[in-house]
Write a protein that binds this ligand. Structure first.
Ligand SMILES: CC(C)(COP(=O)(O)OP(=O)(O)OC[C@H]1O[C@@H](n2cnc3c(N)ncnc32)[C@H](O)[C@@H]1OP(=O)(O)O)[C@@H](O)C(=O)NCCC(=O)NCCS
Length: 407
């Protein structure tokens, strides 16, 4: 092998930082380095070397991720970079193959990542499983429908976020099992989520929060920043930048959104990453004023096809033979009989009902991607009429998947 690959020692962390700094053309701020170190698992961090020089890097972060009907360990792939001097020589391909073999050996049945560019990871069997939506909602067009939920028992509480950390953790852990894609946060991940140094602030202000609660406790929270601005005519023109908003019931959810949309001295809310089925679209009296756009979010790779398919729930019963094409993880390749009634997925030589690449199974795994749309794009071969629609309906899920926080 041209570029040997091995896990790095903690003492090699500075070299990995230098490499990622080059690969992403970014510079590390001091606080950022400590936070990044806090979420790094050295025994799951792989580097490729040219002699003594580290030329490629990737790591796995261990999470529990919600899937339809349950919660499973997932390999969260992150920090992928190759030095510009060594690009397009197969370093990434070698790292990806080694990493997937390691994940398989560890027994995690799937891997997840956020991609810097959507064209990179399909060749390694990752499928575009989640899309998110971003909004810019002008305050002057943000009226809610008259029947929007309201609860007089709810109060809003404003706190510096560091004082409400325990409330965020409790609330988030209540919401996490309810939506596929949401994943567990360690203390170090919360440190990174609540980071508020100059680097984290960028051109916006400090991190702020609002909580919705009643006498029994917290029912939701929003984390946000406010970018102060005025127009040429000195009219206040600030912008609320929403970082995250979670609530356990509709009234708390509506109260938090209302609080953000009504901020004094601000004329709009920008929410960068929300789930595609975000209920706010049903609250606005004129939903066109969401000014929504979409982007790919989580990419999913089934590392153990039968293990993954038998450990999620299905929306409809199905029994069929799926033929999987997977040259990167050949143990997945071949024909599998999936029976949701028996909750089994067994190797078979029977004729397949449909054939597809493993990346498309990954795309549908969390329940947010229609297999039928891939068939219509000519990417699934259907051998029995209606088979793709059956599997598509069985794998679909509500609510739609969403990771929420980039790792
Ligand atoms: C993306 C990156 C990791 C690729 O590394 P690399 O070692 O050059 O990749 P490889 O040589 O192994 O390329 C493997 C294949 O992927 C393709 N590929 C690599 N980067 C690509 C990109 N950005 N867009 C489209 N295709 C890409 C190559 O053309 C090659 O295709 P082939 O197998 O058909 O010949 C590297 O360019 C990089 O560090 N980029 C900046 C940081 C970044 O975006 N990282 C990803 C974070 S999610």
């Amino acid at each position: 092998m041209n570029h040997p690959i091995r896990p790095i020692a903690e003492s090699e962390f500075p070299a990995a930082l230098d490499l990622l700094d080059e690969a992403f053309v970014s510079s590390w701020a001091p606080g950022q380095i400590e936070r990044f170190k806090g979420v790094t698992e050295f025994d799951r961090s792989l580097a490729a070397f040219d002699g003594d020089r580290m030329v490629g890097f990737t790591q796995v972060m261990s999470f529990d991720m919600t899937v339809p009907g349950g919660v499973l360990p997932v390999a969260g792939v992150s920090s992928v970079g190759v030095l510009a001097s060594h690009r397009r020589r197969g370093v990434l391909s070698s790292l990806m193959r080694r990493q997937l073999a390691d994940v398989h050996a560890k027994g995690e049945v799937f891997a997840a990542l956020y991609a810097s560019e959507a064209a990179i990871y399909g060749r390694y069997g990752y499928g575009r499983a989640v899309d998110n939506v971003f909004y810019t909602i002008p305050k002057h067009s943000s009226a809610f429908r008259a029947d929007a939920p309201a609860d007089p028992a709810l109060r809003l509480r404003i706190e510096p976020p560091e004082r409400a950390r325990e409330d965020f953790v409790r609330l988030f852990d209540k919401v996490r099992p309810t939506r596929p894609g949401l994943y567990s946060r360690t203390a170090a991940r919360w440190d990174a989520t609540l980071a508020d140094d100059e680097n984290a602030r960028g051109s916006a202000g400090r991190l702020r929060c609002v909580l919705a609660e009643d006498d029994d406790g917290v029912r939701g929270y929003a984390l946000f920043r406010v970018k102060r601005a005025v127009t040429d005519h000195d009219v206040p023109d600030g912008e609320v930048l929403l970082q995250e908003l979670f609530a356990v019931d509709p009234a708390a959810y509506a109260a938090l959104w209302r609080s953000l949309l009504d901020r004094d001295l601000c004329s709009r809310v920008f929410a960068a990453n929300r789930p595609l089925d975000d209920p706010v679209m049903h609250l606005l009296a004129e939903p066109r004023h969401l000014n929504a756009g979409t982007l790919d979010e989580l990419w999913i790779r089934l590392v153990d096809v039968p293990g993954a398919l038998t450990q999620r729930a299905y929306s409809a019963p199905v029994e069929l033979v799926v033929e999987v094409d997977d040259d990167v993880c050949p143990w997945n390749a071949g024909r599998w009989r999936l029976s949701t009634a028996k909750q089994t997925c067994e190797r078979t030589e029977d004729a397949p009902d449909l054939s597809l690449p493993v990346r498309i199974l990954g795309a549908a795994y969390l329940g947010g991607r229609s297999l039928e749309s891939y068939r219509l794009a000519g990417q699934i071969a259907e051998h029995r009429e209606g088979a793709v629609r059956e599997l598509s309906a069985a794998m679909s899920w509500s609510p739609l998947p969403w990771g929420g926080l980039v790792f």
